[in-house]
Design a protein around this ligand. Structure first.
Ligand code: SF4
Length: 333
């Protein structure tokens, strides 16, 4: 059988066609639910090179992957990111290259990324209030982010989505303002429950937890939400608003466990293949990429083999201490 006919199916029968590839652990923000103020980042030699990232992308496509999302840290602080998007976009068999960003660099990168073949883009935005944004990200950069969102709207991407993590008594009073903001621009917005990853001392997770159902009730104070079967291959459950283009989605790792349909793998910036976001199982693909440069078969066999060790699901619980003691910037969320 040729490589192109292989597919990734785990021992629970879940087909994998979506990979999130972290290109850096660095970021120009220090969001309170993601990082500590003082972070020690990986030495550059430990990150996958652009060539290794491109080779890995090719391997995943050979194994039937249809969608690759580039994440970080903040992917746009990685030098050569536009070239990487360009080379991945050119892979025959890959339907889509997408990217998740904090938006701070988009004024500069919107057009080059669009020209390089990026079709969809997700922008993380938790607050439209400058002081609060600065407290949540520990950076006073809201104007740059809003200018960046305008730049992607102008650049003509096929789909643009805002992702907002809602936390009680932090930004739950802004849910409607965020929906208004997205609606005015005809773009989607998804609200995400905070995940218990990494040790964070800035807030009490149990108190800050805001379920998707809570957020949906807030949105419904001003908008009619019609359940939709739309899917973008991710875990968002979408609703449409009558006579509006932008949709409202909810990503609910706590309250609506989506493990049984999980179609994704993650690769950290140092090339560890994570088999589940909520579990520590991983495979060191960087070691194989460096031991067998230019040969894809060893990496592809390791990925295929790893499918048999993929766990059934995560075990997040609302009141637990974090089960996973890595920071989110290591995994790309
Ligand atoms: S959540 Fe995103 S933007 Fe914020 S520090 Fe983490 S990687 Fe950076």
């Amino acid at each position: 059988m040729s490589q192109t006919q292989k597919t990734l199916v785990d021992s629970f029968g879940r087909k994998i066609d979506y990979v999130r590839l972290s290109v850096t652990d660095r970021c120009d923000f220090r969001c309170v639910y993601c990082m500590a103020e003082e972070m020690k980042f990986l030495p550059r030699a430990q990150l996958l090179t652009l060539e290794e990232l491109a080779s890995l992308g090719q391997s995943f496509v050979n194994l039937g992957v249809k969608k690759i999302r580039l994440t970080g840290g903040e992917p746009l602080v990685r030098r050569g990111i536009v070239e990487l998007v360009e080379s991945l976009s050119a892979l025959p068999g890959l339907d889509e290259v997408t990217l998740t960003t904090n938006g701070s660099q988009l004024s500069k990168f919107a057009m080059p990324l669009q020209r390089a073949g990026l079709k969809r883009i997700n922008i993380s935005l938790d607050s439209l209030v400058p002081g609060r944004f600065a407290r949540m990200t520990r950076r006073d950069m809201l104007p740059q982010v809003l200018a960046g969102i305008d730049a992607v709207v102008d650049a003509g991407f096929e789909r643009i989505k805002i992702n907002s993590v809602v936390m009680r008594d932090h930004n739950d009073d802004e849910v409607l303002a965020l929906v208004d903001y997205a609606q005015e621009r005809d773009i989607d917005i998804s609200f995400i429950e905070e995940m218990p990853l990494g040790q964070v001392t800035s807030h009490n997770r149990e108190h800050a937890y805001c379920s998707s159902d809570d957020v949906r009730r807030l949105v419904e104070k001003a908008y009619t939400l019609l359940p939709s079967t739309d899917t973008t291959g991710g875990p968002s459950r979408y609703y449409r608003i009558p006579e509006r283009k932008g949709r409202v989605g909810f990503i609910s790792p706590h309250s609506h466990n989506f493990c049984d349909s999980c179609n994704r793998l993650r690769v950290t910036a140092e090339g560890r293949l994570l088999l589940c976001l909520g579990q520590e199982n991983s495979v060191d693909l960087r070691a194989l990429l460096r031991r067998y440069p230019g040969e894809q078969i060893a990496v592809e066999n390791a990925i295929l083999e790893a499918m048999m060790h993929r766990p059934e699901g995560h075990q997040f619980a609302q009141d637990d201490a974090p089960q996973i003691l890595r920071f989110m910037n290591m995994t790309g969320g």
